[in-house]
Design a protein around this ligand. Structure first.
Ligand SMILES: [Zn+2]
Ligand SMILES: [Zn+2]
Length: 201
């Protein structure tokens, strides 16, 4: 099952140029499900779930959490870290009871800031997986992240990080099982029952 775990809409991300409806309609043409992960916001969730129902196409809601250490995809069956910035530790604690899945989205942040790999290494135990493919990254970024995932023994996921038309699903994550809820999504990622993939590979 092809799922893009990381996308943005104008409803919750000022940097995006696609509406929730445009995003979900496009995703339905090339994927089996999509996750809406706006920057520290779930403002588009209601609309996303409405169109999901209309199209009978699964949409799961997460956030790209705003942390002092960078950006992290978070999925949880309970609270999500909206707002921010938080520390990474705070994000882990917000969802502790819900066992959130936290995925570093390390390839697209901190240009010139603290070393991305160092942050991921130091916080390794908080992560269930790492975003190895990101639609906004060049080949050499991706190679570095693949090496880091290998070094840390973290499973990789693929994501478009789509902000506008024509980019959703360029990378995605292939799941072995049928995923029908955020709970199943979390369980499959934690069990490593998925692998990164993409139309552009
Ligand atoms: Zn953005
Ligand atoms: Zn993003």
């Amino acid at each position: 099952m092809k799922i893009d775990l990381h996308t943005h809409s104008t409803a919750g991300s000022p940097c995006s140029i696609q509406t929730v409806e445009e995003l979900v309609e496009e995703a339905a043409d090339c994927l089996d499900a999509v996750c809406l992960t706006d920057h520290g916001s779930t403002a588009g969730a209601e609309r996303a779930l409405r169109i999901s129902k209309e199209l009978r196409f699964p949409v799961f809601i997460g956030v790209e959490a705003w942390c002092d250490e960078g950006h992290f995809l978070v999925f949880s069956t309970g609270r999500l870290p909206t707002g921010g910035p938080f520390s990474l530790q705070e994000v882990a604690e917000i969802g502790r009871a819900d066992e959130p899945v936290i995925i570093p989205a390390p390839t697209y942040r901190n240009g010139g800031g603290e070393d991305t790999a160092g942050i991921v290494r130091r916080n390794r135990d908080l992560f269930a997986a790492i975003e190895v493919y990101n639609g906004n990254c060049g080949k050499f970024d991706i190679i570095n992240i693949l090496r880091l995932a290998d070094e840390l023994g973290l499973p990789g996921v693929g994501c478009s990080d789509s902000h506008g038309s024509g980019t959703v699903g360029v990378y995605y994550t292939e799941f072995e099982d049928e995923i029908t809820s955020v709970e199943e999504l979390i369980r499959a990622i934690k069990a490593g029952r998925c692998k990164p993939a993409g139309w552009s590979l």
